[in-house]
Design a binder for this molecule. Structure first.
Ligand code: SF4
Length: 460
């Protein structure tokens, strides 16, 4: 990739109105530029991982974040190193298919897609959608936040994060499996959840997705400020969309059965520890780096482990953790021990296995507190408490680290002080019900510790 090509790509992309970081567009933060690297289904080869580690060291401040869409962010990029960073990442094969395709690389599948017994392998469909998004001139105009979930019904899957469009399989045991679909939300798992809008034969899934994109883009011509499907549905209602889809696909999509369908809940913390693959001779080994962050040494070390024990690839997950696929059963425990020796957490019972945090005042001008150091302090105070649910530390109410409410959210109110919300008890806030306001980390630890445990109110 020549310097000239890189420059052309940047100028094209920077003309787009967006504050979202991308490969060519470094969002400015307190600690420097943020370069977001979109990975295809979270995958990174060991060679690419070494390249990212080296680039983060040379061009940034060494912090590499795993995002809740299973991508990576290199932080602290110095302005004079931006071109060098982009060139290095493109040369590593981590760029989009063309110069306007970077922003729309937002297709999520389960990190276990294709490896889960009896489930639908959605990877070929997801790859086609990813290609079409990047190469169709109209689809390239979608918002960088516009996202699609293609669920294969895997037992381990992130189905809590809302997406503009989601598909999830039904009737998997039948000879004619279908995809349920919905917009501006998540596959329903609870009785009172927003139901699916309809279902299509699996062979019509691609037509359904492109149909929804076409209908939205056509509607957007008269509503240029709209960027997400929820804006269209909010104005037109969902029936408008389904009516048009039925006309395009020439088949009924609604049914009483689909209105009552619920997805099986995903297995909690299945992305951590050992998880056998379909043939039982290999397994995934999953681990959480502290607060979902890596440094160049850690990424290099993970690349070495993937090359030595796995299939030479790392897979990032939307839980901001990392998986090593295809580790032989014989090597699994050694790999797990090696990950722990590197400081990653593999035991889901430990608080830091599931704690996430935004950059807080270490990197964000909007932060009211140092969420990362406060999070580490909270975890250490809670280390002997039993069964603490996942905790999200947020430097303000924007909730950058998590698009959905976690069981416990601490939202900063001032340096070292937080409001605590419990999602399990639902409440007026997007984070759930307020448990306590403006408390210190010591007070938060006491409250959370008192209420934790399998029978405690935090599990209500
Ligand atoms: S949640 Fe608030 S403080 Fe944290 S990164 Fe986002 S804007 Fe900054």
């Amino acid at each position: 990739m020549s310097h000239l090509t890189t420059t052309i790509q940047r100028s094209t992309v920077e003309a787009r109105r967006s504050a979202c970081p991308g490969l060519f567009r470094m969002a400015k933060a307190l600690d420097g530029g943020i370069c977001r690297l979109k990975l295809t289904f979270g995958d990174l080869s060991a060679v690419q991982a070494r390249c990212v580690a080296d680039a983060a060291q040379r061009c940034g401040n060494g912090t590499i974040e795993i995002t809740n869409r299973a991508n990576l962010q290199i932080r602290g990029v110095r302005p004079e190193m931006e071109e060098s960073l982009i060139t290095a990442l493109l040369e590593a094969g981590l760029g989009p298919l063309n110069d306007r395709g970077d922003d729309v690389r937002n297709v999520m599948i389960s990190p276990f897609a294709g490896f889960d017994r009896t489930r639908l392998d959605v990877r070929p469909l997801a790859l086609r959608v990813l290609t079409i998004l990047q190469t169709n001139l109209l689809y390239q105009t979608l918002s960088p936040k516009f996202s699609i979930l293609i669920d294969g019904g895997e037992s381990v899957a992130m189905v809590d994060h809302p997406h503009d469009l989601w598909l999830s399989p039904i009737d998997l045991e039948s000879s004619a499996p279908r995809f349920a679909f919905g917009v501006a939300g998540v596959p329903p798992t609870q009785a009172d959840a927003q139901p699916a809008l309809g279902s299509v034969a699996t062979g019509q899934a691609l037509g359904l997705i492109t149909g929804i994109l076409d209908i939205f883009i056509e509607w957007r011509r008269a509503h240029p400020q709209a960027s997400r499907l929820r804006h269209m549905i909010g104005e037109t209602g969902a029936d408008y969309l389904v009516d048009q889809l039925e006309l395009r696909l020439g088949a009924p999509l609604r049914s009483e059965k689909i209105a009552n369908w619920r997805r099986a809940p995903a297995r909690e913390n299945g992305h951590l520890g050992l998880w056998p693959e379909v043939d039982n001779s290999n397994c995934f080994v999953g681990a959480m780096p502290l607060l979902g962050r890596l440094d160049p040494y850690l990424l290099q070390s993970l690349a070495e482990l993937a090359a030595k024990y796995g299939n030479g690839k790392l897979r990032m997950t939307p839980w901001q953790s990392v998986l090593l696929p295809q580790v032989s059963i014989d090597d699994a425990k050694t790999t797990l021990a090696a990950l722990e020796a590197l400081g990653l957490v593999t035991n889901p019972k430990k608080v830091l296995a599931t704690m996430i945090s935004c950059s807080g005042s270490a990197g964000c001008g909007s932060a009211l507190a140092a969420t990362q150091s406060d999070g580490l302090k909270l975890a250490s105070l809670l280390q002997s408490s039993p069964a603490v649910p996942p905790i999200h530390m947020s430097g303000c109410s924007k909730s950058c680290a998590s698009p959905s409410a976690k069981p416990i959210t601490l939202v900063a109110t001032a340096a070292g002080r937080y409001d605590i919300f419990l999602c399990a008890t639902n409440g007026p806030s997007r984070f759930g019900k307020l448990l306590a306001a403006n408390v210190t980390i010591d007070e938060a630890a006491e409250l959370i510790g008192e209420n934790s445990g399998s029978g405690g109110p935090l599990y209500a």
